[in-house]
Ligand binder design. Structure first.
Ligand code: HXC
Ligand code: NAP
Length: 278
């Protein structure tokens, strides 16, 4: 689909790059010649992923960082610049999520998700953005989801935070275009990953079957499909795309918004058990 050296020498930071969709994007960008920085809280996971990615010849720097903490983010960006000399692309992919009736949430439960998804995205965008401004350009790609604009019951903290990231995407697309920075987003529908499934697809509730049934294409996304879309959006070929959100969901949200609204049917006794799953 792409020429082999499409991303040659591009310096790309992927938050949450050790697992799931972040890892798949890293894999694809690496195959196409990029220098990669993958970052998240668990260094062991990052190091294992880095080893795997290096088998395709990519340069990979795994860096531990909790994106909720501005000082750690500053340090991560400065180490990335120290290693590779610049930041060309930032992919804000890291997230936290769980399902819960809103009335069962504590303020801490709301805060933890908003801190990771919205504040964490801002922290990375600010630090990497300053580097891009210094250098005269760059690309920011935010991974959101379709309920950023439709909303969804049972994932209210995530919906609120992703809506904020959508607003950030469109705002900076305008404000930072003058610095040569393009800002876009991808809104995936369901893509099976260990992290998302563990927290959102609780066994015994038939969630997976219902999710698939709602998708007009009648299947989940393949991680490679999302990685290819991300590749296009960060590449120079997409140089005039700025402020866009590309949905990749098999038509899901158009058929019925809010992936988790159906959880209305879960009996209240079950939520006590579900909330213990971490
Ligand atoms: C209710 C919960 C809860 C749950 C945690 N909390 N899990 N409340 N139900 N299931 C509350 C706690 O009680 C606590 O509140 C607060 O949240 C912080 O909890 P911790 O366990 O201390 O947080 P932490 O260890 O920082 O872990 C963060 C996490 C965890 C978000 C809770 O799940 C995580 O690390 N997630 C990272 C990866 C992830 O979530 N991936 C999925 C992305 S999928 P108090 O009041 O006690 O302080 C995705 C898909 C979107 O986004 C769309 C799909 C279609
Ligand atoms: P995942 O594997 O759980 O990815 C989340 C990543 O975020 C993990 O690597 C995690 O690593 C990292 N992370 C969490 N908290 C962090 C923090 N405080 N600081 C730094 N890193 C942190 O799940 P995924 O399915 O691949 O999700 C990737 C992205 O796609 C997310 O933005 C998600 O909202 C979005 N998305 C996924 C789906 C889907 O169906 N899979 C659908 C729509 C949108 P550590 O635990 O090591 O920190």
């Amino acid at each position: 689909m792409f020429t082999k050296e499409l991303l040659k020498k591009k310096i790309i930071i992927i938050t949450g790059g050790g697992t799931g969709l972040g890892k798949s994007m890293a894999q694809r960008f690496g195959e196409l010649g990029a220098n990669l920085v993958i970052t998240s809280r668990k260094l062991e996971v990052l190091e294992e992923t880095a080893e795997e990615l290096r088998t395709s010849g990519a340069n990979v720097l795994p860096l531990q960082c909790d994106i909720r903490i501005p000082d750690e983010v500053e340090e991560m960006i400065s180490r990335a610049v120290g290693e590779f000399g610049a930041v060309d692309v930032l992919v804000n992919n890291a997230a936290g999520n769980f399902i819960s009736p809103t009335e069962r949430l504590s303020p801490g439960g709301f805060k933890v998700i908003v801190d990771i998804v919205l504040n964490g995205t801002f922290n990375c965008t600010l630090s990497a953005g300053k580097e891009m401004i210094k250098r005269g350009g760059g690309v920011i790609l935010n991974i959101i989801t379709t309920y950023a604009w439709t909303g969804s019951g049972y994932v209210v903290p995530s919906a609120c935070a992703k809506a904020g990231v959508l607003a950030m995407t469109r705002s900076l697309a305008v404000e930072w275009a003058k610095y040569g920075i393009r800002t876009n987003a991808i809104a995936p529908g369901p893509f099976p990953t260990e992290g998302a499934w563990k927290r959102l697809v609780v066994p015994g509730l038939g969630i997976e079957k219902k999710m698939k049934k709602r998708i007009p294409l009648k299947r989940f996304g393949e991680q490679r499909e999302l990685a290819d879309l991300a590749t296009f959006l960060i590449s120079d070929g997409a140089g005039y795309i700025n402020g866009e959100v590309v949905t990749i969901d098999g038509g899901e949200w158009l058929k019925g918004a809010g992936q988790f609204n159906d959880l209305d049917k879960v009996p209240s006794s079950a939520w006590k058990l579900i909330s213990k799953r971490r």
